[in-house]
Design a protein around this ligand. Structure first.
Ligand SMILES: Nc1ncnc2c1ncn2[C@@H]1O[C@H](COP(=O)(O)OP(=O)(O)O)[C@@H](O)[C@H]1O
Ligand SMILES: [Mg+2]
Length: 391
């Protein structure tokens, strides 16, 4: 009996050459579109930039702001099934389209992930531990919250932050006092206890339209200045820990009735405790290694989920270290691309505007074993002069 019969629900399928509409045309949209195109689907993207990274991989586009309901409806009219790649698409627009069109990914996980307080709550309900936290709406709240959970801590805006933006680390009472008079009335923040992590991890789970789930192996992440720098796949956790993390992530996807790829970022403590930090209901930067190191990429898996196709079983084919190439590394990458080790695979996003800190490309450094992948990554980092910005 297949999972479709088990749940008693008819599986809705978008058969190629059906057209997939993607809200958001960044690098995630581009890689989703490339996967969808190779699977035989048509692709349209909605993005405010007419030359967005996904545009060249799509066969049509709606150029409009993300908060335009009319534009989103126009995209829906041109497509058979919808998905989003970008967390800051207004959840209300997704929820509205969900009523009128086929949008299996849905608005609920998006709504939760857009608010760090709701997100922490949802992570806890699914079984994850989180750092101690308090909601903060004023400087007085902040003082009280800091007294309760203690310093060091980190103050984050509840909405709109990414790549470390909208965050203030508070090491001492002096750091806290400096915020006096700077917190706008009506603002919403979360004060989180600083987690003394040994390393950072993430897990990506795919949930299909019938509720079936498949997890990618847990990976290890290194951030620099709040931006992902390197992912090592697999992290090679103890099997019991791996199973536990995957189970919680699957429970989270199930509780949110989510369809597609869902990522959870975690901190790993010295004593083996794992603390969830945040989630992302979309393909995730820490899953880019799957393009060259796994039996199925996160992008194909996401497309399979939202089109109602069976999910593939993710199996690591080559240990991989993924390096993000930011604006400050981009010229060195282009100049030295012919000198990278042969087992490095470069993925360039086609962004015109090169700025420091902007994600321009990534390199998957593979190997027949983990040591070989690490060595390729070391050579690539050297070539891109990445040591210079070591913390
Ligand atoms: N409570 C915390 N304790 C320790 N480090 C943290 C904490 N929160 C965030 N960080 C660090 O900052 C990075 C970015 O924070 P995150 O909450 O993931 O926000 P973003 O949405 O910008 O990715 C994390 O990957 C981690 O390195
Ligand atoms: Mg993060």
């Amino acid at each position: 009996m297949n999972e479709c019969q088990q749940t008693g629900l008819a599986r809705r399928i978008a058969r190629p050459p059906a057209v997939i509409g993607i809200l958001g045309g960044g690098q995630l949209g581009r890689m989703m579109a490339l996967a969808a195109r190779s699977m035989g689907y048509g692709v349209r993207v909605l993005d405010p930039a007419s030359r967005c990274p996904a545009r060249v991989a799509a066969d049509g586009a709606v150029t409009a702001p993300f908060d335009s309901v009319q534009a989103a409806r126009e995209l829906a009219r041109q497509c058979d099934v919808l998905t989003y790649e970008f967390e800051n698409v207004p959840a209300e627009i997704v929820t509205a389209l969900e009523q009128e069109s086929w949008f299996p990914q849905g608005g609920e996980a998006l709504r939760i992930s857009q608010d760090r307080l709701r997100e922490k709550q949802a992570l806890r309900e699914a079984g994850f531990e989180t750092a101690a936290y308090r909601p903060v709406t004023s400087f007085e709240d902040l003082q009280e919250a800091a007294d309760e959970i203690g310093l060091p801590a980190i103050l984050k805006t509840c909405r709109g932050g990414y790549d470390g933006k909208g965050q203030v680390p508070l090491r001492t009472g002096h750091d806290l006092q400096r915020l006096h008079g700077t917190m706008d009335a009506g603002g919403h923040w979360i004060l989180e206890k600083w987690v003394p992590f040994q390393c950072e991890l993430s897990v990506l789970v795919a949930r299909g339209s019938q509720g079936e789930t498949r997890s990618f192996p847990v990976v290890k992440n290194v951030h620099r200045s709040g931006i992902l720098h390197r992912t090592t796949a697999p992290a090679a956790l103890a099997p019991q820990q791996e199973a536990r993390v995957q189970q919680w992530a699957q429970a989270l996807a199930g509780r949110l009735r989510y369809v597609g790829i869902l990522a959870v970022e975690l901190f790993y403590l010295k004593d083996g405790t794992m603390v969830a930090n945040e989630m992302a209901p979309r393909p995730h930067n820490s899953g880019h290694w799957t393009l060259d190191g796994c039996s199925v990429s996160q992008f194909e898996q996401h497309i399979r989920a939202v089109t109602g196709l069976p999910l593939a079983e993710p199996v690591v084919t080559r240990p991989t270290v993924m390096l993000n190439v930011l604006g400050q590394h981009y010229a060195a990458l282009l100049a030295g691309i012919d000198t990278l080790p042969a087992n490095c695979f470069v993925h360039i996003y086609g962004k015109d505007d090169v700025r420091p800190g902007r994600k321009m490309a990534h390199i998957n450094c593979t190997g027949t074993n983990a040591a070989e992948a690490r060595e390729s990554a070391r050579l690539a980092e050297e070539l891109l002069q990445m040591e210079a910005d070591h913390e």
